[in-house]
Design a binder for this molecule. Sequence first.
Ligand code: M6R
Length: 369
Amino acid sequence: EKGGYPSFMEKEINDQPSAVADTLLGRADAAGKLTLDELRIDPEELAQVSKIIVLACGTSAYAGQVAKYAIEHWCRIPVEVELSHEFRYRDPIVDAGTLVVSISQSGETMDTLMAVRYAKEQGAKTLSICNTNGSTIPRESDAVLYTHAGPEIAVASTKAFLAQITATYLLGLYLAQLRGNLFSGQIKDILADLGKIPAKVQDVLDRADQIKELARSMEDAESVLFLGRHVGYPVAMEGALKLKEIAYIHAEGFAAGELKHGPIALIDDGQPVFVVVPSPRGRHSLHSKVVSNIQEVRARGAKTLVVAEEGDEAVRDYAEFVFYVPETPTLLMPLLATVPLQIFACELATAKGYDVDQPRNLAKSVTVE
Ligand code: M6R
């Protein structure tokens, strides 16, 4: 059942092209019009929402953070992303104009379930993005959008994450369509770019050896830092979480812009730092800012491990190691840049002799608060 792979985690990493493709399947017609009928929520009501609150834990919360960039950009609706267990206990402002989007692979995470119940009590509309048919959270929500990643067995979430990002993007595009924030041609173009993601993920997987070799050489690392900006920031945090949970290595992900506000003090000789570099074709000159961050940490002795877009030659001079992902629009980059970080964690944990599918102290579904 592991499909010839040594672990479920490795299999699930390799399942990601179909996890994304299956989540996209049947959601738009040939003209690029989204038809999310399964949502079971009145489109008119949905078009009226004034605020979105995304609730989730762990990896699913990082998918929510990625979604915030896309949904705010496309729909001009404010999106807050909050850990479910924090939301409930802080007297949040929720009303009938609030759409609460929960993201949960299992659909059974107690923290998220309790937060959804609380939001419902406060009068919010609740929509669940979930990978498990008929599980509790979608059953208790007003609407559901299933991710079609297939069952995820390994404790460390991989394919569900890519499918969750895909599903939140479909939701964002659907809202933009209902509200008229984007022209139909724009939506069609973004859907076409999303449609190219599975093949691009496959391209990354086909070059997994590059990153595996790096991972095996870093078996003795005691701490690894991950930097990213914009959508690369949640990717950095997800890369760090993977390493903590299966390789038991101290890892921290942070926003590259925060470096000089504290974390740069951590850098000394040999400190490995992964940097997720935005596309040089993107807006806001973020690329050059992140390249400066690579230079800054390198000047202080860091071992710089870079994930960048194909053709980005500017990073080569400052990187000890570069992994290139195929070109894609900035907002879609997490669907590619996360994959080498998953492979890195999986291979490093395997090299250390750990059971990557069943890490210590963790359960696949956290059904207690
Ligand atoms: O089933 P859920 O998506 O609600 O689970 C949320 C987290 O417990 C989960 O993502 C956890 O962080 C993973 N083990 C991360 O790999």
